[in-house]
Design a protein around this ligand. Structure first.
Ligand SMILES: C[S@@+](CC[C@H](N)C(=O)[O-])C[C@H]1O[C@@H](n2cnc3c(N)ncnc32)[C@H](O)[C@@H]1O
Length: 256
């Protein structure tokens, strides 16, 4: 037998944010190789007799090597019809997907990609902010400080000019280093910064701050994502007032 591999984006955690296709393929999988960030609610959608294996990487812990994951993928297709590689968010964003695609291509194994909602998009949706704005943010960058050799640094020079939004994945354990890198790259201390932890999950937390104060902030529980730029301004009183007006009009609208 030669099974087919599906790279599925599990989204940020809420099962309702899976695509219809992701749900359908997951429900028919014989093998599910998943990352540590995929929530139990999503794993429970797999068939009871499907083989589930956590192949997630964890900082500072012994985890399955990338070569071993590649081998597992290839070997599973020898006996399983549908092999799902379930990754948090979207499989193509900061998920080492390229290495796994390469291994499957090398072994001439068919694969398909089912996109998912990436953390930056989910975090912005939970905060009810846009990632772009035609008057203040004409571009958005998805960046990470986490390098393959374990070091943390971002080449921020490329993103500091003009009107832009920066979504920072895997910001690391403390924000001091990120804050000083952003200031050194020329970002103004008053640049708004939103930290979203566990977007779309019951444990979700949000903190609205600015770059100049980021170093004082105690890190929120992982996984966290930072959104930097004018779109991440704390909701203003005007915004709160308009939300109140909206609720009042919604209440009036349902009144007989
Ligand atoms: C290895 S990367 C995987 C990214 C994923 N492929 C995506 O598209 O969202 C893991 C990082 O994604 C971010 N992340 C994933 N899920 C998140 C969530 N529910 N809330 C906040 N950040 C999340 C965090 O920055 C985390 O450290």
């Amino acid at each position: 037998m030669s099974g087919r591999v599906y790279f599925i984006g599990a989204g940020p955690g809420d099962p309702e944010l899976l695509t219809v296709k992701a749900m359908r393929v997951l429900r028919s999988a014989d093998v599910v190789l998943h990352d540590g960030l995929v929530t139990d609610e999503i794993l429970q959608l797999a068939r009871p007799h499907a083989v589930l294996r956590d192949v997630g990487k964890r900082v500072g812990q012994q985890s399955v090597t990338q070569n071993a994951i590649n081998r597992l993928l290839i070997e599973s297709t020898a006996w399983a019809n549908i092999v799902v590689r379930l990754k948090s968010g979207d499989p193509s964003i900061f998920g080492r997907a390229g290495e796994e695609f390469g291994a499957l291509r090398g072994a001439q194994i068919e694969f398909e990609i089912v996109p998912g909602i990436t953390a930056a998009v989910a975090a912005a949706a939970q905060a009810r902010i846009p990632l772009t704005d035609r008057s203040s943010a004409s571009s958005v960058f998805f960046v990470t400080a986490h390098k393959a050799d374990g070091s943390y640094s971002i080449d921020l020079q490329a993103f500091t000019g003009g009107q832009r939004t920066i979504a920072i994945y895997m910001p690391g354990g403390g924000y001091q280093s990120l804050a000083s890198q952003m200031l050194a790259a020329g970002l103004a201390p008053e640049t708004p910064c939103l930290i979203v932890s566990n977007a779309s999950r019951p444990t979700q937390q949000m903190l609205w701050t600015e770059i100049g104060r980021l170093a004082e902030v105690s890190p929120l529980e992982a996984p966290t994502l930072l959104i930097v730029g004018s779109v991440a301004s704390s909701p203003s009183e005007t915004h709160v007032a308009s939300e109140l007006l909206r609720s009042v009009s919604e209440i009036s609208a349902v009144r007989p």
